[in-house]
Write a protein that binds this ligand. Structure first.
Ligand code: NAG
Ligand code: NAG
Length: 401
């Protein structure tokens, strides 16, 4: 595989021999449909907070990310809702939210974040809070915001967030970062985000490229050996720390986002190092996820069968997987991935959309399942719709847009 570095940016590694048959791509939701879905997302946008109502703080980082990814594939239509000004407003105001976050893991493995009014009214200044995963989501969102706008302060802030995340690293389990500043859980998502932010910064900040590449490569070496990737190639939620100090896979759910963020992180790492061999693991995990975490029709379904009640966190996960699968698809094209992305995007549009063009939690529908669409379920499904557009464009295929 040839990795091509383009304008210092990531994820354009092209397998030139790859060809895709037209019928696979012809049904991707059209550019006009995606505009309608982006407008529906903005129905929840609260300009005075810079956040999306009906969902939580970390989810809002993902709302911003999907809008930025859409702006990268459709500059002209994204002007109609002025994505750069949404980014600017969110950048200014989302740091001021005066909440405190507490996360719990239920018996079923379901993760729940609760954001409560904070007594000190401190706010999440500079996008920092008690949880390293929340920080990582905002760092990735700001990196994508920079990709769209090239506005330096977004990339500077992503670097500042990363500096805080570095404080979460220690030798417990031989390395890696903790989930939170309480230092009681080493899990997959925080470490995948750490890897992805480091590798993404390596591809965008030339003055510190060596440092970021080293951190990303070390994090991946640790992660691969940590035991979190099970024998099926799927990533479980995290590690149990045994009384003797050894750390083992805790067998908790293989959430779709735990598979997804790893794919995007490894794509950025491959570009940063110029060594595509790390994509072998990404392909393995992606295939394992598509085999294990889909229904009979090939539609992505959250691990544990929690749908349609996956809580305020779990309702975000599937889109994160598909967004990252699209990054992998552009780096290492594979018809299985292309078909999966397009089929899921089609299902969302055809079966999981209400009359307001809002998407619900279950991609095979109906949109009202689980209490109906909110900014989390909608932005998550929008991710696969935008991903479909991105992979079709990358193929240069004709579509109905
Ligand atoms: C790429 O990485 C793999 C494993 O990480 C290593 O074995 C190989 O030597 C590397 N290739 C190059 C060209 O550096
Ligand atoms: C958003 O909707 C999903 C599915 O209906 C639900 O599980 C989740 O709790 C909702 N989010 C919030 C913050 O209510």
């Amino acid at each position: 595989m040839v990795l091509i570095r383009w304008a210092g940016l990531a994820f354009l590694a092209v397998n030139l021999a790859h060809a895709t048959s037209g019928h696979l791509t012809s049904r991707a939701p059209s550019a006009e449909n995606i505009l309608a879905a982006a407008e529906a997302l903005q129905g929840w946008y609260n300009p005075s907070k810079g956040l999306w109502d009906s969902t939580n703080w970390w989810n809002s980082a993902n709302c911003l990310t999907v809008l930025a990814n859409w702006a990268l594939v459709d500059v002209s239509r994204s002007r109609q809702i002025d994505v750069p000004s949404i980014i600017a407003n969110t950048f200014e105001k989302a740091q001021r939210d005066v909440l405190r976050v507490r996360k719990t893991i239920r018996e079923s493995g379901l993760i729940e974040s609760r954001y409560d009014l904070h007594a000190n009214k401190r706010g999440f200044t500079e996008f920092l809070n008690e949880y390293y995963d929340d920080e990582g989501w905002w760092a990735l969102a700001l990196i994508r915001a920079w990709d769209v706008t090239r506005h330096g302060p977004y990339l500077d802030m992503a670097e500042r967030i990363f500096r805080d995340m570095q404080g979460g690293v220690d030798d417990t389990c031989g390395g890696g970062i903790w989930w939170s500043k309480a230092r009681d859980y080493k899990n997959a998502i925080a470490n995948e985000l750490y890897l992805s932010v480091a590798a993404s910064l390596a591809n965008r900040v030339p003055t510190r490229e060596g440092e970021y590449v080293r951190i990303a490569a070390d994090t991946w070496a640790w992660f691969k050996a940590s035991g979190m990737i099970n024998q099926d190639g799927l990533v479980n939620d995290g590690l149990d720390i045994l009384p003797d100090g050894r750390c083992v896979n805790n067998g908790r759910p293989t959430w779709t986002y735990n598979q997804g963020v790893l794919l995007g992180g490894l794509v950025e790492l491959a570009v940063a190092t110029g060594n595509g061999s790390v994509l072998d693991q990404a392909v393995r995990t992606a295939k394992a996820a598509l085999a294990a975490l889909t229904d009979d029709e090939g539609i992505l379904r959250e691990a544990t069968g929690c749908e349609p009640n996956c809580g305020a966190d779990g309702s975000q996960f599937k889109g994160i997987f598909m967004r990252n699968l699209a990054y992998l698809q552009r780096a290492a094209p594979n018809d299985e991935f292309l078909v999966a992305i397009l089929r899921n995007a089609d299902a969302v549009w055809a079966k999981n959309r209400n009359e307001k063009n809002q998407f619900g939690i279950s991609w095979s529908g109906p949109p009202e399942a689980g209490g109906g669409p909110n900014a989390s379920t909608h932005s998550s499904a929008l991710d696969v719709v935008v991903a479909a557009r991105a992979v079709v464009e990358a193929n240069g295929a004709v579509s109905n847009g």
